[in-house]
Write a protein that binds this ligand. Structure first.
Ligand SMILES: CC/C=C\CC(=O)SCCNC(=O)CCNC(=O)[C@H](O)C(C)(C)COP(=O)(O)OP(=O)(O)OC[C@H]1O[C@@H](n2cnc3c(N)ncnc32)[C@H](O)[C@@H]1OP(=O)(O)O
Length: 719
């Protein structure tokens, strides 16, 4: 839908009308075709302005139409018709001009943007490229290097940057439409030749071959197997080397290979999943749209270790007043110094003043008396957390929300330490907390909908992707990590090396394999947890018996390394060796290889050849199987919650859509069959036992992933 009105006598004003973001649906495209035709054939209209309803220019192609039988007029000829028009067409950009929206504006002869507008070609983030001429027009307009940056990253730029780059001709802080109409009046009847971007030559950068070679290398490295960024570079190269028409043919050809790809489906699934998880619900039926959050103006953070520092900085950067409590004087001083640096660097990046005055430091927990919300971030030790919650319950004003930043401890137990368990939720941040996007918000059995709504809203304000999940050991993310890492240890016992396992996972698209990651975060962290669980002590015994704990197969490999002081990067030795303690570059360690051989000999294990496929199947399918158990247990409301947690918090490659989406792409029958196969080979590993929900889905014909939420809901309503 688009509307044509005549304003200021001779300006045809075309308004895109399709809330919420004026996406270019079939109806909108048809509307544009019709209104442009009418405006151009109306002798009273001397120039045209294109704008969007409700202060939003256009959010691009309608992503919901992808994967359907797309009808309606295509974008390329529509934009071409605007560009070849004999009357000047001005784009009045308010709010956003993204993807096809910006491509539409690039077909116009002039672009005027509001100072608060954001522009970009984010198609790459959806597994696509700007194939409505964007990959051919943008480099002609702003040069190849700048176009490469914008198109391969998909980043949104401000109006000021757009002006500097030459994407827009003018920026205004006033009514963009008024300014555009005035401008349109002033250019009516003027020649348009130099204004048609497709007819401009693409500026050829010096050392063009070297430039593209360098960019391609960089993009391949950072893409981790994603195909769209590479296609974007190829399309821009076509713009730089071919005439416009041939460049457009290349753009179309490249888009055709992306459009129906699994990666595009995965990335578009993640786009909608991210929005779906904001519409949370609780098993009680309470929902995001019926639960009112409490206002939070002042918050406290208890414990200024690594996590507490990041959380306090993130809160202050959101504009909240923060009381940062650390009872150990030395730690408090160190925290203050580091947090000032973090605030300063953050402010510099965002071009604002550092929020130093938002944080009040205190060595006394009594300072929490008047805050609206507390986030406890002390050491991951239940006895210590219990004590803190008892104190908070006594000290805080009535109604204060008490949150625990735990990575897996029992939220219900902590709630039971307080007078108001309904006001207790978990807020599981990821390190570094002021940078990482994910926040698991954990509701306990007594948490009130209002408490959950408040934590979810705060997470959103902090710029986090917040996912509501139920309470269980490890919540969603860490619970699924357990079978995954267990399999990796077993693979070492059976003949693999850390570099083989990591290589398979990194080729799959993880930024770091499990062992490299474990060296980075410290082997002692998991060791401590295993010891608390009554595991984690190597018995010194040999044979199979030494590898059975609590009635199931157990690998003491990680414990033995810790007993030798190999804690990873911090000690310069772990699963890899480093130049020095604190070194970052891990190299394969011959010592570790001999150690593995001795270990196998000691335990009567015979090494066999393990390939990448086995690593992926065993590590990823057990993780997915646990994901199904989590759905079965009602800890996550749908596969989208799990997938968003894994993509935003655990380095799961986004172009593979998260573990549950990946399972649907592999095929549930295959996942089930391989789990059954491995379970037969390793009957002492309970995690390999396929879960009932997976079996049930396969038995019901493996419905597509977007139907699983309903299946799970039905399952729970039957219980
Ligand atoms: C030949 C191919 C040509 C062109 C290819 C393209 O144009 S691909 C599309 C390129 N555009 C984008 O990638 C923009 C995607 N949208 C966004 O980044 C954000 O939604 C946006 C526009 C910045 C707004 O963000 P905000 O936080 O304000 O709102 P939210 O994200 O919750 O979105 C509100 C609802 O709008 C839906 N939506 C947004 N963009 C699109 C779109 N392009 N197509 C369809 N629907 C879109 C979004 O899903 C939300 O819906 P809801 O039902 O409320 O969850």
């Amino acid at each position: 839908m688009a509307q044509l009105t005549r304003v200021s006598g001779s300006v045809g004003l075309i308004t895109l009308q399709s809330p919420p973001v004026n996406a270019l649906s079939a109806a909108v495209r048809q509307g544009i075709v019709d209104t442009v035709q009418r405006a151009l054939s109306d002798p009273e209209v001397k120039s045209v302005v294109v704008c969007g309803q409700n202060g939003i220019f256009c959010g691009g192609a309608d992503i919901k139409e992808f994967g359907t039988n797309m009808s309606g007029p295509p974008l390329v000829p529509l934009i071409h018709a605007i560009e070849v028009a004999h009357k000047p067409v001005v784009a009045a950009i308010e709010g956003i001009a993204l993807g096809g929206g910006l491509e539409l504006a690039l077909g116009c002869h002039y672009r005027i943007a509001h100072s608060k507008a954001k522009l970009g070609l984010p198609e790459v983030t959806l597994g696509l490229l700007p194939a409505a001429g964007g990959s051919q027009r943008l480099p002609r307009l702003i040069g190849v290097p700048a176009a490469l940056d914008l198109i391969t990253t998909g980043r949104h730029i401000t109006a000021a940057e757009a002006l500097k780059l030459g994407v827009v001709d003018q920026v205004t802080a006033h009514s963009t439409v008024d300014v555009a109409v005035k401008f349109a009046l002033s250019v009516a009847g003027k020649p348009l030749d130099g204004r048609r971007i497709s007819s401009l030559p693409c500026p050829r950068p010096p050392n063009m071959d070297a430039l593209f070679e360098g960019v391609m290398k960089k993009v391949r490295q950072s893409a981790r197997g994603a195909i769209a960024p590479i296609a974007c570079v190829q399309a821009i190269r076509a713009a730089a080397t071919l005439p416009y028409d041939q460049g457009m043919e290349r753009e179309l050809e490249l888009m055709a290979s992306l459009f129906t790809s699994d990666q595009a489906r995965a990335l578009q699934y993640i786009f909608f999943a991210q929005r779906a998880v904001a519409r949370w619900s609780m098993p009680s039926g309470a929902r995001w749209d019926t639960s009112k959050p409490r206002p939070v103006h002042k918050a406290a953070v208890i414990g200024l270790g690594t996590m507490g520092r990041g959380i306090a900085v993130a809160l202050a950067q959101t504009g909240l007043s923060v009381v940062a409590v650390e009872t150990q004087e030395k730690q408090l001083m160190a925290a203050k110094q580091e947090m000032s640096g973090m605030l300063e660097r953050g402010a510099k990046r965002r071009g604002v003043a550092p929020a130093f005055d938002k944080i009040r430091y205190s060595p006394d927990i009594k300072a929490v008396a008047d805050v609206d919300l507390v986030i406890e971030a002390v050491f991951e030790d239940m006895a210590l957390k219990e004590k803190v919650f008892q104190q908070l319950s006594a000290l805080c004003k009535p109604g204060t929300l008490l949150c625990t930043n735990t990575s897996g401890l029992d939220v219900d137990h902590l709630a039971s330490q307080t007078r108001s368990p309904e006001l207790v939720v978990g807020m599981h941040f990821f390190a570094p907390a002021h940078v990482m996007k994910l926040l698991e918000v954990v509701y306990g059995s007594k948490s009130s909908p209002q408490a959950l709504a408040t934590a979810m809203q705060l997470g959103k304000k902090m710029g986090k992707v917040s996912v509501a999940v139920g309470n269980c050991r490890g919540f969603v993310g860490n619970r699924m990590l357990k079978p995954y890492s267990e399999q990796a240890f077993f693979l070492l016992e059976e003949g693999a090396t850390p570099e083989l396992v990591d290589g398979a996972l990194e080729d799959f698209g993880f930024p770091m394999g499990l062992f490299r990651m474990s060296d980075l975060s410290g082997l002692d962290v998991g060791w401590r947890v295993r010891k608390v669980d009554g595991l984690g002590k190597s018995s010194g015994a040999s044979g199979q018996q030494a590898r059975i704990r609590q009635g199931r197969r157990y690998s003491p490999l990680g414990d033995v390394l810790c007993e030798q002081g190999r804690f990873g990067q911090k000690t310069g030795r772990g699963w890899y060796q480093y130049d020095k303690p604190g070194g970052r570059v891990g190299r394969p360690d011959p010592w570790l290889h001999s150690f593995l051989e001795e270990y196998r000999a000691q335990h009567g294990l015979v090494a066999r050849r393990i390939d990448h496929q086995e690593v992926l199947e065993r590590c990823l399918y057990t993780l997915i199987n646990e994901g199904f158990r989590i759905l079965e247990d009602g800890i996550a409301a749908g596969p989208e919650e799990i997938d968003i947690i894994y993509v935003f918090g655990y380095g799961w490659p986004r172009h593979r859509g998260g573990p549950m989406f990946y399972a649907s792409m592999v095929g549930l029958e295959k996942v089930l069959a391989r789990l059954e196969f491995y379970q037969e080979a390793h009957p002492d590993v309970p995690y390999l036992q396929p879960c009932n929900l997976l079996k049930r889905l396969v038995a019901s014909g493996s419905p597509p992933v977007h139907k699983w939420r309903e299946v799970v809901k039905k399952l729970h309503s039957q219980l």
